[in-house]
Ligand binder design. Structure first.
Ligand SMILES: [Zn+2]
Length: 182
């Protein structure tokens, strides 16, 4: 499978008679962005921003790792780059954000990994802004967690995604950058 040929809707099975949506062997759930935003607000109000950041990053990382594994095991990406680029692609299909990679520079032999791009229309920034207004720091923790999880699973080493700019703190666009840890 080439990344350009991927259509998420062709790989989803809606089974209302079982109360399930399946992406291959992964059970998926669909809920409104506003309900998720309410959960986010509750977590921040009760536990504070630092705890919410940790929760959301871990949650996103698990989702990213699971998607990377499902894609590798069931869709047989043609090349390494197809597998990697399917991460931002599926993130877009899942309605999280429009993820557009701009640069990918990797070498498995030397452990070199660099990837950057833009996140347009992040639902997470939208929900944060709705409840709290502009933040001092980047807020798309679920997205950086997902990018961290997906690419770390892909590369077989711990990588870290960061957000140099974020709409949640008043920038024009969210931008991501992924590098090895440390
Ligand atoms: Zn952001």
């Amino acid at each position: 499978m080439k990344v350009s040929e991927f259509r998420f809707d062709e790989h989803l099975a809606f089974k209302p008679e079982q109360g399930r949506i399946l992406f291959k062997d992964q059970r998926m759930v669909m809920m409104s962005a506003d309900s998720f935003g309410t959960l986010l607000k509750e977590i921040i109000d009760i536990g504070g921003v630092n705890m919410a950041r940790v929760f959301m990053r871990r949650f996103g990382e698990t989702a990213g790792r699971n998607d990377a594994r499902t894609i590798k095991n069931t869709l047989s990406p043609d090349t390494d780059i197809d597998w990697l680029a399917l991460g931002p692609m599926i993130h877009s299909w899942e309605g999280i954000v429009r993820a557009v990679p701009e640069e990918i520079n990797i070498d498995r032999d030397t452990g070199k990994f660099y990837m950057k791009g833009t996140w347009e229309d992040s639902f997470f920034a939208e929900q944060y802004l709705k409840h709290y207004g502009k933040s001092k720091d980047p807020v798309c923790w679920l997205l950086t967690g997902y990018a961290t999880g997906y690419t770390s699973e892909f590369f077989g080493k711990k990588l870290i995604a960061k957000e140099p700019t974020c709409k949640g703190k008043g920038d024009d666009l969210c931008r991501f950058e992924i590098t090895p840890e440390g």
